[in-house]
Design a protein around this ligand. Structure first.
Ligand code: FES
Ligand code: FES
Length: 154
């Protein structure tokens, strides 16, 4: 066991855990955060994505010890109902969600991409989001929402 200190959505937290435990477990089980989801546990689906120092990472395969002293941002920290991130607003405007399980992965991955890439082409968006899964088949709506958000952020 180790006492690991880091920041989540701007708040300092301490987790007492096996240093090799996945960050996802610390977020969901220790810190009771519901947004990063467990999908595959194998870095294959993206449902668990968070930002580590601004970069999108798959928290199911990241040891919690790797984030000691660092800043983690979750979907909850990206925006608020009053002031949503452009992607959160675009998801609502394009009525993307069905079951909603995959939303975390798409938005967190796209947010890091759009921060660095202004006016992306469709091909660039598809490439950046390659490997993410939506079992409900909302991919057409997701592309529309990401394009809408890109316009808002451009
Ligand atoms: S749960 Fe982490 S990538 Fe699927
Ligand atoms: S909305 Fe259901 S998995 Fe994507």
């Amino acid at each position: 066991m180790a006492s690991i200190k880091f920041a989540v959505d701007g708040k300092a937290v301490t987790v007492n855990a096996d240093p090799n435990m996945p960050l996802l477990y610390a977020l969901r089980d220790d810190l009771k955060m519901g947004n990063p989801h467990f999908g595959c546990g194998l870095a294959q689906c993206g449902a668990c994505t968070v930002h580590l120092e601004g970069e999108a990472v798959r928290s199911c395969v990241m040891p919690v010890s790797a984030v000691a002293g660092k800043k983690v941002t979750t979907l909850k920290g990206l925006g608020t109902p009053e002031k949503p991130h452009p992607l959160q607003a675009a998801y609502v405007q394009e009525q993307v969600p069905q079951c909603g399980y995959c939303i975390n992965g798409w938005i967190m991955t796209a947010a890091a991409f759009l921060r660095d890439k202004k006016k992306p082409t469709d091909a660039e968006i598809k490439s950046a989001l390659e490997g993410l899964k939506c079992r409900c088949g909302t991919h057409v709506s997701i592309l529309k929402a990401v394009k809408r958000a890109a316009t808002m952020m451009g």
